[in-house]
Design a protein around this ligand. Structure first.
Ligand code: 13P
Length: 220
């Protein structure tokens, strides 16, 4: 494995605490200990603390990420989760997912403010872009290219196209790592991570089932 490979589970709005802990207990022991392999789970907010505790107690090589983060610092922002508070339990935050842009009116400016909050609190921002023209905020070094039509459709983009987009993004933004996403599973993960400019995958549906996620890790 040359360079980092990021395998990131985005559970979206799925799994309660019991289901989350069951997944961690099955997947945790199966993650290879390799400093270049960065496995991250992004549960719902209510599961973050319990998941973090379970990982810490068993010393699993698994990082915890949130699926969002407030564009503001802490204060009078009802319903928001501020970086300074989240950093107790997360190392990474998924920002600008197309589902947030589409369903919750998230704009490039909000994503940029979220990235700033993440960086101010030593949280790794992972920004999702839907095509090569979506802007990557300054300071963000980890980007996931997820075309909207590939998400949850069972039809991923081709590895060759993802590789091309990764090259374009790298030529625009320099020293970044690019992940791919949208219908990635154990049957196709290898074809993506074998591309020279793809440093891993952001996985939704196929990350929910522990056995399928373990299969993905075994394919690397
Ligand atoms: P699927 O893997 O379910 O297509 O979802 C991709 C995604 O949106 C991950 O953030």
């Amino acid at each position: 494995m040359a360079g980092n490979t990021w395998i990131i589970a985005n559970w979206k709005s799925n799994k309660n605490i019991a289901e989350a802990l069951d997944w961690v207990s099955k997947v945790g022991p199966q993650i290879p200990k390799n400093e270049n392999l960065k496995v991250v789970v992004c549960p719902t907010f209510t599961c973050l603390e319990e998941v973090k505790k379970a990982i810490t107690v068993s010393n699993f090589p698994l990082m915890v990420g949130s699926q969002d983060l407030s564009p503001y610092s802490e204060g009078s922002y009802t319903g928001e989760e501020a970086g300074r508070i989240l950093k107790d339990v997360i190392e990474l935050s998924l920002l600008g997912h197309s589902e947030r842009r589409k369903n919750f009116g998230e704009t490039d400016e909000m994503v940029s403010n979220k990235v700033k909050q993440a960086l101010d609190n030593n949280i790794i921002p992972l920004v999702c872009v839907q095509d090569e023209n979506v802007s990557v905020p300054e300071g963000c070094k980890l980007v996931a290219y997820e075309p909207v039509w590939a998400i949850g459709s069972g039809t991923p983009d081709t590895p060759e196209n993802d590789q091309q987009i990764a090259q374009v993004l790298k030529s625009k933004y320099g020293d970044i790592e690019v992940l791919c996403g949208g219908s990635v599973n154990s049957g196709n993960i290898k074809s993506f991570v074998s591309q020279p400019d793809i440093s891993g995958a952001l996985i939704g549906g196929a990350s929910l089932n522990a056995d399928e996620f373990i299969k993905i890790l075994k394919e690397l």
